[in-house]
Design a binder for this molecule. Structure first.
Ligand SMILES: N[C@@H](Cc1ccccc1)C(=O)O
Length: 677
């Protein structure tokens, strides 16, 4: 059947020169979708036809419109229901489904009149006969002028739908007969010599490989990986959060959450029966926590209740990871996930950090709403605009830890702590264009979606504007295409990002002269044709033995001109293996690998020809990430070495293009870190 259809289309095209599939569907009396399928299969034959997408508006009857075609317009039905002697109004309006509308229309048109002289209002015919124009119009839409159709649209008798279709033209190799191309050079073709006359199908190098029958990562895992990378890139280090059982002291008391707080009731928290209690606490700190709760301290009047150790001892299933933040803070780590402790931090630092994090995810529409947590003041819920749902949704909670919480830990009084907790599911929904969380977690998750969804590279720059999104959703609805998750996911993933404007970068790198960050020089060498880069170096006063060989480090790129795109200032300072890159503002990036990742993303935002990373597609980027992680671990863990093929390769590690990995490996050789491994 399909073959026959393709032949018919070709014949038609041969005779007419061009055609559109909507007309063709009418002419052939075939389903439009079938014709589209046949045209698509013809499109695959090289140069046979040219296909152009078109969209056409079409008027369609609504259910009410169809009712009129069958029974007559509402006003005509009402008119016909009025007997010559008249009928009580109350009875008339019950006589048919649309009688109320019909009654007022018939009154306005002057077909009927209302006689109120008697006890009950009586409806009588005002004209001897009528012509039901509305019904005639709806029966033959093509002859109805547009302004009247618009009128019927207002009356909800007609609706306008957009139909997407295609226009066909002859291609350069047009013919009404399709010669079947050979897909394979078989031994038969060779033996009988017919290969000489056959035409062969060209190789399709764009074809996607068959999906492997292997496990696939769920979108949440991919987004979690992305979150982790961004925080690492921003200079954070990870804390362990694998203690799912916690005691009430760290989960609540340390966070200045009073013992009567409703969240501590048995119906809000799962308490553990075995072992029921914890016994080891840092006692001095515990005493200070007790004091601030029961009597007040550090300028706070506290809650003034009888604080009980037994309540703090109760074990529970951890209700949030903020308990881990409290434990880490107590150990006075400088930076931990979700928490930054530093001198004189402000709410501005918190907002700035969150903006930076989310903008790296491609989420730039954020709002903050005042909230309440027992352990933070001020507190802010974080909202983000969901294009699909067309509303702001909460994606996290944050705040500045209260002095009553941090001062008992003996942190200096001018140290402030900003902290946040983020949802993973909601940003994932935004990224994947999902409107229902049940599509992502729970029993209704479609395994096909997990299988088919793109590797998650959250868009770094612009996202679809609200208007673009709306137009797309609208088109989707009117075209009535099936809207399963897969198409939605593809649409979001395929949406091209716009290039951002490059903002001049002033980057300061603190680096130990023992472990010189030589890869920066290779990086500059490679990007120099595309960006204006300068470098200057300084030796910090704490360096006692400055190696002579570093004296001329980067001298090739010393420049006095201020007009550069990227300026590096390297400060030699004994800080150990991991260099620290400081960005304008408070952000720091720790470690050579993370610095390299940042720089690669930076240049790629502007010029995608140099040092390909994410532009070459998700698989390529993941492979680079894989090598970056390997290098990071090899640098930090004396037991691990780089796999041999990573530095024994004769060409570039990623194949035909030079990548950031090559630049790093070149320099790992130079500074001989590898020998230390
Ligand atoms: N504990 C909060 C998150 C949070 C962390 C730190 C500060 C403020 C809020 C929650 O689970 O929602």
């Amino acid at each position: 059947m399909a073959k026959l259809l393709t032949d018919r289309i070709l014949e038609h095209l041969g005779a007419r020169g061009e055609t559109n599939l909507l007309d063709l569907a009418d002419e052939f009396q075939e389903d439009h979708q079938k014709i589209v399928g046949a045209a698509k299969s013809l499109e695959t034959v090289d140069g046979l036809i040219v296909v152009k997408p078109i969209s056409k508006k079409k008027w369609e009857l609504t259910d009410e419109g169809r009712h009129i075609i069958e029974h007559g317009s509402h006003e005509a039905v009402v008119y016909n229901a009025v007997p010559d002697e008249g009928i009580p109004q109350a009875k008339l309006v019950k006589s048919s489904p649309y009688a109320k509308v019909g009654f007022s229309k018939a009154m306005v048109t002057g077909w009927i009149e209302l006689d109120k002289s008697g006890d009950v209002p009586i409806v009588r015919k005002k004209v001897p006969s009528i012509v039901d124009v509305v019904q005639t119009h709806l029966k033959n839409l093509s002859s109805v002028p547009e302004n009247i159709k618009a009128e019927y649209k207002k009356r909800k008798l007609l609706q306008e739908v957009v139909i997407k279709s295609m226009r066909l033209e002859k291609g350069p190799n047009f013919s009404t007969k399709i010669e079947k191309l050979e897909a394979d050079l078989t031994s038969d073709l060779l033996v009988n010599g017919t290969w000489k006359d056959k035409k062969f199908k060209p190789y399709n190098f764009e074809a996607l490989g068959a999906p492997l029958p292997i496990g696939h990562l769920h979108p949440l895992l991919k987004v979690r990986h992305e979150f982790r990378k961004i925080f690492l890139e921003m200079g954070f280090t990870e804390m362990e959060t694998n203690n799912y059982v916690e005691n009430s002291f760290w989960n609540f008391d340390a966070l200045f959450q009073p013992q009567q707080h409703p969240a501590r009731d048995a119906h809000d928290t799962f308490f553990i029966s075995e072992p029921r209690i914890s016994t080891k606490f840092p006692m001095e700190y515990l005493e200070r926590v007790k004091t601030v709760h029961s009597k007040g301290a550090y300028g706070s009047q506290g809650y003034r209740y009888d604080w009980k150790l037994e309540e703090a001892q109760k074990n529970l299933l951890r209700t949030h990871t903020t308990s881990n933040s409290a434990r880490m803070l107590y150990k006075l780590m400088e930076k931990v996930e979700g928490v930054i402790a530093d001198y004189n931090l402000t709410l501005g630092n918190l907002i700035g950090t969150l903006y930076e994090f989310f903008s790296k995810l491609g989420i730039t529409q954020l709002q903050f709403k005042p909230a309440y947590n027992p352990y933070t003041e001020p507190s802010m819920e974080i909202f983000c605009f969901h294009n699909g749902l067309e509303k702001w949704i909460e994606i996290g909670n944050s705040g500045m830890f209260r002095p009553e919480m941090i001062l008992p830990m003996n942190l200096p009084p001018d140290v402030n702590v900003i902290a946040w907790g983020l949802s993973l599911e909601r940003p994932t929904m935004i990224k994947y264009g999902l409107n229902n969380i049940r599509d992502l977690v729970g029993p209704k998750v479609d395994m096909e979606m997990v299988h088919n969804n793109p590797l998650c590279r959250l868009e770094k720059t612009s996202r679809m504007t609200r208007l673009q999104w709306k137009t797309r959703q609208h088109e989707e609805k009117s075209v009535k295409t099936q809207s399963n998750q897969e198409t939605k996911i593809k649409q979001v993933a395929e949406h091209p990002s716009e290039k951002p404007k490059f903002v001049r970068q002033q980057l300061v790198i603190f680096c130990d002269p023992q472990y010189p960050i030589s890869f920066i020089l290779s990086f500059i060498r490679v990007v120099a044709p595309y960006f204006r880069v300068s470098l200057s170096t300084h030796v910090h006063s704490t360096v006692t033995n400055f190696p002579k060989k570093l004296a001329g480090f980067g001298s090739l790129y010393f420049s006095k001109g201020a007009n550069v795109d990227i300026s590096f200032t390297v400060i030699w300072k004994p800080i150990g293996l991991d260099p620290i890159m400081v960005l304008p503002g408070m952000h720091r990036i720790l470690g050579m690998v993370n610095i390299a990742r940042y720089l690669n993303r930076l240049v790629e935002q502007v010029d995608t020809n140099v040092l390909k990373y994410e532009t070459n597609g998700p698989l390529y980027a993941s492979k680079i990430d894989f090598y970056l992680d390997k290098i990071h671990y090899a640098l930090h863990d004396s037991d691990r070495v780089l796999p041999m093929h990573m530095y024994k390769t004769s060409c570039y590690i990623m194949g035909k293009d030079i990548s950031i990995i090559d630049l790093i490996l070149e320099n790992i050789d130079k500074c001989q870190i590898r020998e230390k491994m």
